[in-house]
Design a protein around this ligand. Structure first.
Ligand code: HEC
Ligand code: HEC
Length: 205
């Protein structure tokens, strides 16, 4: 279900890409991100594309490079990642630098709460996460761990499920993903995932 919806949006994205190409043939326009990530970069649950506005430049750059190299988004069960991977495949180093700068101008806006979990129970689980992602979910550049506070909760849930199942973070070159895999595996079940993300929802930004 979700997958066919994504494919549909992908087709729609392709259409507007063509339209953009017709308008300006002299310049390869890679500013098609908002098609899926939302006009304000705040994320779109319908296509499962997360918020980019407010993302740390170093994290954005690494993810684009990892998608481009197929280090992320190539596991066949990673339905969302495999939608994103081709979007990065043709980017040059220059266009990645340009995108990081462009996305950096987008204004962060709070994300709505969409999941129900027990934040109190999640607080205890988050103690482990805090050592890398920070006590306020603010992220840690030195450790390569991104901010979690303020990210779409449905996206955090999917990523934790994907890390846990080994759909993300298993590529031999994905040294950062390799650190995160066992952490997601330590969350016993769906309830634990919802609880820890519910706690992250309380951290604000
Ligand atoms: C066809 C829809 C689509 C388009 C167009 C698209 N994306 Fe994505 N993007 C997604 C989806 C879906 C995900 C979630 C992937 C996952 O679960 O691993 C994603 C994930 C990402 C992530 C990972 C975020 C994180 O927190 O790890 C980044 C970064 C990203 N996209 C940047 C971009 C940029 C920059 C562009 C424009 C060049 C772009 N995307 C264009 C659908 C799209
Ligand atoms: C040892 C350090 C470490 C710990 C502890 C840790 N993480 Fe992570 N986490 C990372 C790193 C590094 C990444 C970036 C992976 C990548 O680049 O793909 C990450 C990525 C993530 C992502 C994906 C974010 C995105 O935007 O795509 C989520 C969600 C996440 N961690 C949640 C958690 C939760 C919840 C816990 C506690 C149960 C936790 N992490 C514990 C290091 C850690």
């Amino acid at each position: 279900m979700k997958h066919s919806l994504l494919a549909l949006t992908l087709a729609a994205g392709g259409l507007s890409l063509n339209a953009a190409a017709e308008m300006d043939t002299s310049y390869y326009n890679d500013h098609y991100c908002t098609t899926c990530h939302g006009a304000d970069g705040g994320g779109s649950e319908g296509v499962q594309a997360p918020r980019l506005a407010g993302m740390e430049p170093w994290y954005l750059k690494r993810q684009l490079e990892h998608f481009r190299a197929g280090i992320r988004g190539t596991h066949k069960e990673d339905f969302q990642g495999t939608e994103m991977q081709p979007m990065a495949a043709k980017l040059s180093d220059d266009s990645i630098a340009d995108l990081v700068q462009w996305v950096g101008t987008w204004k962060y806006m709070p994300t709505p709460v969409t999941i129900a979990g027990n934040a109190e129970a999640g607080k205890a689980l988050y103690a482990t996460c805090a050592s890398c992602h920070g006590t306020s979910g603010e992220g840690n550049a030195a450790l390569g761990a991104p901010a979690l506070a303020g990210q779409n909760d449905w996206y955090l849930v999917t990523q934790l499920q994907n890390f846990k199942a080994g759909y993300r973070g298993k590529d031999p070159q994905d040294t950062y993903g390799a650190q995160m895999g066992p952490m997601a595996a330590s969350l016993a079940d769906e309830a634990a995932i919802n609880n820890v993300v519910s706690y992250i929802n309380t951290l604000g930004r």
